[in-house]
Design a protein around this ligand. Structure first.
Ligand SMILES: NC(=O)c1ccc[n+]([C@@H]2O[C@H](COP(=O)([O-])OP(=O)(O)OC[C@H]3O[C@@H](n4cnc5c(N)ncnc54)[C@H](O)[C@@H]3O)[C@@H](O)[C@H]2O)c1
Ligand SMILES: O=C(O)C(=O)C[C@@H](O)[C@H](O)[C@H](O)COP(=O)(O)O
Ligand SMILES: [Zn+2]
Length: 344
């Protein structure tokens, strides 16, 4: 895996790192918010001549149409194979910018500067790139590594609170799947008071260790997907409506449903379920799901990338800190998990 740097002097670090790369031109990608809040914080580190492209923010723009606009811009800017793409943004921008760079002229190099908590602790690390397609999360994509990831916790100063909370869900996931002590030390009572710098470092270490063992998700890496089979289905189902969910909000609900399934299927204790549920509900509350949503959510689970043939395969907990994968779960059982969530 290529290096992940965490630095409180992003201008100095980026200048130094850019010097080591021999590139013909620099293409900088931002969305409308990171253009305003993040680009100015590192502009001084960039060569005066660079090409800046900004697209609209949000999950609903993580699609082929935005990719087409990025590829057109890269073409108009005359980027050759030695060009370098700098992604400044959250998970949407990193996933899509990396994907566009990987496809353009069969691949140019790219760098990730993640600017949300979620992208700093999770999305920027591990080389999963892609976009949503026909209402399916990350349906088109590739595995490919950035030259490096440069994380600056300073970016978080302008991040809206609901986005910070969304990122916290992936941190909670890291504790649940790999590190009981980490889960226990998280502050759920007053979640905004968590020590983000420490959590970024520790979560990146957990994610790196898993990805290094299984970069292309042949097995072990599936544990990083705990909460995501049902979480993605909910995120996608509610994407364009009034009950729109951020990624982490959907995953938080998904983790409760999948912790319940873990009690039924992989021996998670009832006490552990109660603890997980209580802590997640304290931070995220309960999302509005009704029986009318179940059919669409169940159909979406059929498209999960962990599945094999017609079998829906989940990653489930054995206890807090240990996760197993490739557990077949029937439609009926998923429906029961959603019903459980509705009744808590
Ligand atoms: N590749 C992976 O391994 C991986 C892992 C987890 C999630 N993801 C993907 O990541 C996406 C979610 O990422 P996200 O939560 O970062 O969402 P995002 O990229 O949409 O960013 C959230 C919002 O915050 C704004 N923003 C970003 N940085 C800011 C800053 N510093 N100050 C002010 N505003 C800022 C953005 O413009 C956007 O409106 C989802 O599409 C999810 O599927 C990918
Ligand atoms: O890195 C991984 O592997 C993950 O599963 C991390 C997830 O948090 C992330 O949301 C990822 O994008 C999900 O990937 P997908 O393969 O389920 O689309
Ligand atoms: Zn995720």
């Amino acid at each position: 895996m290529n290096p992940v740097y965490i630095s409180t002097s992003p201008i100095l670090k980026l200048s130094e790192l850019l010097e080591g790369l021999n590139f013909s031109s620099l293409f900088v990608l931002t969305d409308e918010n990171t253009h305003q809040h993040c680009y100015p914080l590192i502009q001084k580190a960039l060569p005066k001549e660079h090409h800046l492209f900004t697209f609209p923010a949000g999950e609903s723009h993580k699609n082929l149409e935005t990719c087409a606009s990025i590829w057109s811009e890269m073409t108009e800017a005359g980027l050759d194979r030695k060009a370098l793409c700098l992604n400044i943004g959250g998970g949407v921008l990193g996933d899509m910018g990396g994907f566009c760079a990987s496809i353009y002229k069969r691949g140019i190099r790219f760098i990730n500067m993640p600017t949300t908590l979620l992208s700093q602790v999770d999305a920027s690390v591990g080389g999963k790139l892609g976009i949503d397609f026909e209402g399916l999360k990350n349906h088109l994509g590739v595995f490919n590594e950035p030259e490096f990831v440069l994380i600056s916790p300073d970016f978080l100063k302008t991040l809206p609170e609901n986005e910070l909370r969304s990122g916290f869900a992936e941190i909670i996931k890291h504790g649940l799947i790999k590190d009981h002590t980490y889960f226990e030390m998280l502050n759920f009572e007053d979640w905004k008071k968590n020590d983000w710098e420490y959590l970024i470092e520790h979560s990146v270490a957990i994610k790196k260790a898993v990805v290094q063992e299984d970069p292309k998700e042949a097995g072990l890496r599936k544990i990083l997907n705990f909460g995501h089979t049902i979480g993605h289905a909910l995120e996608t189902h509610f994407l364009d409506g009034p009950n729109h969910l951020l990624h982490g909000e959907a995953i938080a609900a998904g983790m409760i449903c999948e912790a319940w399934l873990s009690v039924q299927k992989t021996g998670l204790s009832q006490e552990d379920l109660s603890q997980i549920q209580e802590k997640l509900l304290k931070v995220y509350g309960k999302i509005q799901i009704s029986k009318d949503d179940f059919g669409a959510a169940l159909d979406l689970c059929l498209q999960d990338k962990k599945n094999e043939g017609k079998e829906i395969l989940f990653s489930l907990l054995e206890n807090i800190g240990t996760c197993t994968y490739n557990i077949p779960v029937s439609r009926k059982e998923i429906e029961a998990a959603l019903t459980y969530y509705c009744t808590i």
